[in-house]
Design a protein around this ligand. Structure first.
Ligand SMILES: [Zn+2]
Length: 280
């Protein structure tokens, strides 16, 4: 098994003045041809190292803890307390569960009440799950205005979720610094107002948190593969190519929240094309 085939684990890196940690919550196993409808079985023979022994694509669910001195913010908050696995391969999801988020946060030395805000890229359940739970009821919820306005089109956005998030919701705009060294970035195409984050370490190093611009590291090699069900797949592809262009900068590290156990990494040019190389 390689790191593209297994669930994400707690990993911490230092981006200059910022300490960043992947906080795993759970796992989603997707049917690859469902997620990327234009792909063929041959594409997945060539991309076999991205599939597990059952032929599923491993999509991790979790969040990114960002710490600056005593302060802490979360970027994304996993799927939520749903430890009972859901399985519906006919709808593309072979397996989905969550629940380890708070324990992993504690392992990293933080209690939920020490988190000042949860910034969410977009309103899909595996990104906002824990933000709607009582453990985080004190934390501000940061989201773009366009994404909040289109919440009825979200995934997993029930009336209870809206009631839990609404009193704490604050709209953020592209270019806004939401935490020391953390700036919001528009990532159009995937949903009405998907927002990513640029982390500036203050020493020339950067982390680019690109949310669902890519679901799997195989898209680094195939940025033209369109995801099922996106409102604007062309725009989404443009955004993907722009992110890959920005990641050519040697001082920039990428963060793909769904990238199995390979969240932190960089694209690298090889004779076979561009590949995702996880940080050690
Ligand atoms: Zn997602």
């Amino acid at each position: 098994m390689n790191r593209f085939q297994v669930a994400g684990t707690v990993r911490t890196h230092q981006i200059g003045r910022l300490r960043v940690s992947y906080v795993p919550d759970g796992l989603v196993k997707m049917v690859p041809g469902f997620l990327f409808p234009a792909t063929t079985p041959e594409d997945w023979v060539a991309g076999a190292r991205f599939l597990d022994a059952d032929g599923w694509l491993t999509v991790s669910s979790g969040g990114l803890l960002v710490e600056h001195e005593r302060r802490a913010i979360l970027l994304e908050s996993g799927y939520g307390p749903h430890p009972e696995p859901v399985s519906s391969p006919e709808h593309g999801t072979a397996l989905m569960y969550g629940g380890a988020f708070v324990d992993n946060l504690r392992e990293l030395g933080r209690r939920p009440d020490q988190i000042e805000a949860v910034a969410i890229s977009h309103l899909h359940l595996e990104h906002f799950g824990w933000a709607a739970q009582p453990q985080f009821a004190h934390a501000e919820v940061l989201l773009s205005e366009a994404e909040w306005a289109a919440r009825d089109a979200g995934f997993g956005v029930t009336p209870q979720v809206v009631a839990a998030l609404e009193p704490r919701f604050r709209a953020i705009t592209a270019g806004e610094e939401i935490f020391p060294g953390v700036t919001a970035l528009a990532l159009p195409g995937h949903t009405a107002g998907q927002t990513g984050f640029v982390l500036d370490g203050g020493d020339g190093t950067r982390l680019l948190v690109f949310a669902d611009v890519m679901h799997s590291p195989i898209q680094v090699t195939h940025p033209g593969w369109h995801l099922v069900g996106e409102p604007d797949p062309q725009r989404s592809e443009q955004t993907r190519r722009e992110i890959l262009r920005q990641l050519k900068d040697e001082s920039t590290i990428g963060f793909g929240i769904h990238f199995a156990d390979a969240q932190f990494g960089r694209p690298r040019e090889t004779p076979d094309g561009l590949i995702w190389e996880p940080l050690p």
